[in-house]
Write a protein that binds this ligand. Sequence first.
Ligand SMILES: Cc1cc2nc3c(=O)[nH]c(=O)nc-3n(C[C@H](O)[C@H](O)[C@H](O)COP(=O)(O)O)c2cc1C
Length: 246
Amino acid sequence: MLIYLTRRKILKKITNYLMAFLLMPFFSIKKAMARNGDGTNGRMERQMNLPKPRFKGEVSVEHAIKHRRTIRSYLSKPLTLEQLSQIFWAAQGITEDRGYKRSAPSGGALYPMDIYSVVGDDGVKGLKAGIYHYDSQKHSALLITEGDFREDVARTALSQMWMARAPLNLVITAEYSRITSKYGSRGERYAMIEAGHVGQNIFLQVEALGLRAGIVGSFHDSDVARIMKISKSHEPLLILPVGYAE
Ligand SMILES: Cc1cc2nc3c(=O)[nH]c(=O)nc-3n(C[C@H](O)[C@H](O)[C@H](O)COP(=O)(O)O)c2cc1C
């Protein structure tokens, strides 16, 4: 009897160790409920550090302004993680050593914008298709929903299906409460103006990377938010498909 019990204990221990070993990778995945500002509605998240952005390029700002155009047809060639990282940074990256101010101006430095990327299958090398949220402070991306949602997003944009052929679609959202708390209803106007700055930063950065972008304002806001499973407080303002021009 004693031997039987000891054997059972040993077996139980081995099973526990095996289970712990098998489940280890899942524990390294960061699980977090929705926090202030990320608008992710409390689903499981997977956080990934992005490559450091570069502060020097080969294309002049004048050249980028001159050649920027809204592009509506793309190759199926994927982007690299470095390119996505650079684009996120240009859109809303931290640009001062104090770690606060961002790449685009913001009324009262209140930063009501968030950037998401709808990444398609094979849209970015080494990245699974999904909806990613950019964390400016950490320069990281959170995978908030897995899957290729480009066609669903394009359908909500009055079926502008050309958008779904770009490897990824960037979505700029505003959380008005972050700015209306100081400026009242005028804060909404400031947030919309800020979205324009962010959009132009994206346009110029992609141009400097040899990529192109489009810009889309015609879509059903609540459908985009629902498909992307982002918080209702994050209002989609602009969508920018990005990729290599055909
Ligand atoms: C706020 C805004 C919304 C836009 N919405 C759309 C859109 O839904 N679909 C589209 O094909 N282009 C859209 N555009 C792109 C314009 O059609 C484009 O900027 C204009 O034709 C000038 O061309 P360019 O950007 O190539 O210089 C939008 C542009 C802005 C600024």
